[in-house]
Structures are given as structure tokens and as C-alpha cells.
Write a protein that binds this ligand. Sequence first.
Ligand code: MLC
Ligand code: AMP
Length: 507
Amino acid sequence: MANLLYDALFATHANRQNNFILDPFSDTSLSYGSFVKQAAQFANVICDAGLAPGDRLIAQVGKSVSALALYAGAVQSGVVYLPLNTAYTTTEVEYFLQDSGARLLVCDTDSESGLTSSCKNQNTAVLTLSSDGKTGTLIDLVNDASDSFKTIDRSADDLAALLYTSGTTGRSKGAMLTQNNLLSNAQALHKLWQFDDKDVLLHALPIFHTHGLFVATHVCLLAGARLIFEPSFDTDRTLKLMPHATSFMGVPTFYTRLLDQKNFNSELARHMRLFISGSAPLLADTLNLFQQRTGHRILERYGMTETNMNTSNPYNGERRAGTVGLPLPGVEVKVTHLESGAELPTGEAGQLEVRGPNVFKGYWNMPEKTQEELRDSGFFITGDIAQIDADGYVHIVGREKDLIISGGYNIYPKEIELVLDDQPGVTESTVVGVPHPDFGETVVGVLVGKKDSINIKQIEAAVAESLARFKHPRKLIVVDSLPRNAMGKVQKNELREEYKQLFSDTQ
Ligand code: MLC
Ligand code: AMP
């Protein structure tokens, strides 16, 4: 047997001296060969920590080359990589620790103390890694570890990663991603988007999500391309670095922020060959404005944690504004009736379903939830409402799932409603997403209770205590009652309509 994912992404680069990571500011670089050696050191430390193939490793660490080498070491040692948003609070991380049964937690030096007791309770080892990837107990061990490691065999259907995507019921669900889920998708994108070893990807996405870790990094690894590996997205730095790059991937907020910069123009983008957008809807206006400003037409694609990428606008061919393009080779999409599941005729809007080698194995420890969303036929029910036009282009027209996407991050209202309902004086609450000029959508909490019995500041403090900053309602509104339909269901669309101007640019 072999380790398909490791062999394709990393082993192929062993001993190669060509550049992998570039830093144009300091004019330094790291070769592929050196990176592969670093990964082996991390793999040795992971095994020395007692992890066996299939064990889970939680990484809640800043974006650094060491963090990427930790991921590569996890793949090489056959453990299941479980990345977490660095914004998650201790309370949120404790859930993931317990649900995943992780054997090792790698966290930032600053957050170790808050997690030590939970880790001790469930016999999870803890190692630290500083946000710049240069220090911590993990690095101390890596520095003493051998830079060669016998790669652990893993089959195509073995788990490679476990990524949590919050659930409408409030409990995050772990999406089980196999070696083949990840490799087949990376191979399809590598070919479709024509990446090669002359490319330099300006990588400003976090690597604790699908977009930054699997779409951006895997495609470059397969192509032998170079990465300008930014710790996070910073508009000014992006403008300075762009002349050194050939390609860029981002969420729509990256693009609207670039367009807000008057000095962002075709001159700065003259070396670029490809801009890709995803994770949230890209407005047709943004796409057209970007093309007018730079001469480049952004290529929009659509994916999910459970399926990696499903559709993409073509590299050569019409990049149709307001659509997420055509199904990837090997991927099938169909639109079905919300209740009956029957396939709908072309052009009709309904539930978007996806089938292919990219579709995950199921939700960790949630067989019923898996059964609900993954049909016996292999089609996965995405929760997105779409219509497919006569040319086969997929238009995402809405969401059946109760989801807010803010700056590319998924936020599930239920998780926030549970906290708000718990607050003194609140008899009930509901959370909706409303348009936001920068983040696309943002969170509004609507509370029912007696005005004088609700303390907004205290509620904001309670929310901050248990939920990551990006989930915090940007506005809390107290009302006498919530709009309900005849069945008693809260009419969130009425509230979205009522508050849609709350953050409008034209205020
Ligand atoms: C940061 N903040 C956010 C936020 N990001 N609040 C809401 N939504 C977000 N997305 C908080 C900050 O902590 C800060 O809090 C305040 O909002 C202002 O932050 P900012 O300085 O404006 O944010 P910034 O740090 O610049 O980050 C914004 C961003 C970042 C867009 C660069 O959110 C980002 O990198 N998003 C990418 C997410 C991503 O990779 N999605 C892919 C999911 S995978 P305070 O305390 O200072 O007020 C997927 C599948 C697929 O969806 O198809 O790809
Ligand atoms: P996540 O679960 O974090 O991977 O988010 C996946 C969800 O993001 C999808 O189900 C869609 O709702 C949304 N999404 C991703 N890409 C796009 C896109 N290009 N256009 C609209 N929505 C998108």
C-alpha cells in the first residue's frame, strides 16, 4: 500500500531545490526539499507523542510555515488533521476536544493554560506553537527530531482530515474527509485552473479551512508552484506583493477591500494570470468593477467543507457573472424538490445536490445526521438553493440551511440563539444575517423581553465569553414579539427585510 495524499503532495518534492515558500520583502525562500525534511521532523514528533494512524490531531495555531509542516507531518504519519479557527474560545475548543477524542492538541503558547485541564481529563497531550511558528514546546521537539521518516501507509478511503462545520442544531459537525476526497479534488482543480511550477500564489487565506488549506495549498503543491505565504489578509501588503505573484485566491471581502483602494489598478495586476473567488457569493457588480479596474475577470467557484469544490467557472470560456460555473470533471450536480427530492427541470430553483469522489465520508459520530444529508445514491444534500441554466451554469440563489456567511466564515444562528436565550430577562431570541458592505453579511440578534429587564452590555459580555468574535451579533435589538407564521415558526425573512438597511453603506 502507499500514502496516496502524502506521495502526491509532498514525497514527489523530496530533495528538490526549487523554491516553495517565497518572502519578497526579505528576499528569502524555502526550497521544497527543505520543507519535506521539516515535515518529516514533525511526523517524528507526532509519532513520538504516541499517536497512531487514524488518531486525531487538533491544531489551533497561527498561520506559519511550521503550521503547514505540521499538517504535512500529520499526513505523512497517517493521523487525522483537525484544524481549528484561532478565534475559537476555550469553551468552543473544549467541545471539539471532547467530540473528536483528539490525542494531541497543538495550540498557541498563550492559550495552553486555558485548555490544560480539559486535555488532562481526556488524556490528550498538549504541545505549543507560537503564532509565528518559531517557538513553543512543539518546536523544541522538532528541532531535535530526525528529518527522515518512513511514511505510514494509508488507503484512499482512510481519513486524512476532520473539519468541523457548525450545525443548524448548534452542535458543530465533524466532516470526515478521506485521502481520495482531498486528492481527487486537488487534481481536478490543478488541471482546470492550469497551475504549474511557474506560478506564484499570493496566499492570504487562513489554513484552518478548506479554502486556504486544501484549495489553495494542495493545488500549488501538485503544481510545484511557489507560495507567498501571508499570515493573514492585509490589503496594503497584498498590493505591495501582487507584482511578485501570478495568482490569488480569496473570499469576496478580499476583493471588495482591494477595490476600495484607489491605487489598486491594472498596473499592479499586470503579472497576474488568475484571480479566484469563493466561500461566499461574489456580487456580479464586484466582478464587473474588478474587471473594469484591472482587466481581469475573477473566476468564481463553489464548494463546501463536506465536498471541497463542486463547481467552477471555466479557465477558458465564459466566466458567467452571478454564477458558480459548471460541475468539476467527475462531479455531478442536480437540483431537486425540497420536499420530494425529485429532480427538477432545468432552470427551476430547488435543493442543490452533489455526487462525486469529492463528497465526504460522513459526519464524525453522527450517523443519523449523515443519513439525513447523504443519500444512499451518494448524492449529498448541500442546503443551498440553486438553479441550473440551459448552458449548465449553476446559480446559487439562496440557502435552505440557516446560515450566515460573514467575510467567508460560516455562522450558524442556533449556536448564538442558545447563548442569547440563556441571558437574564430574555424570553426568546432569534439571529439573522443582514447585508454588510465589508463582510457581505453580518449578525443581528433580536431579543424578546421587557426592555428594562435586558442588559445589552451584560449580554454582549456573555456572548464574548463563549463564542468567537466573528460570531458576535454586531447589533442586539429588543422587541415585544417575533413575527411568526401560522405554524408558529419565526419568520426570519421578515426580520431580514426589516433590518436589511442597518449596515448599508449609504447610511
Ligand atoms: C475578523 N472579524 C470578523 C471576521 N474576521 N468578524 C466577522 N466576520 C469575519 N469574517 C473580526 C475581527 O476579529 C475584529 O474583531 C473585527 O471583526 C474587525 O476585523 P477586521 O480587521 O475587519 O477583520 P480581518 O482581520 O481583516 O479579517 C477579515 C477577513 C477574514 C475577511 C480577512 O475574516 C478572513 O480571512 N476570512 C476568510 C475566511 C475563509 O478563509 N473562509 C473559507 C471557509 S472554507 P475586533 O475584536 O477587533 O472588533 C469554505 C469552503 C469554500 O467556505 O467554498 O471555500
Ligand atoms: P463551508 O461549510 O464553510 O465550507 O461553507 C460552504 C458554504 O459556503 C456553501 O454551502 C455555500 O452556502 C457557501 N459558498 C461557498 N462558495 C460559494 C459561492 N461561490 N457562492 C455562494 N455561496 C458559496
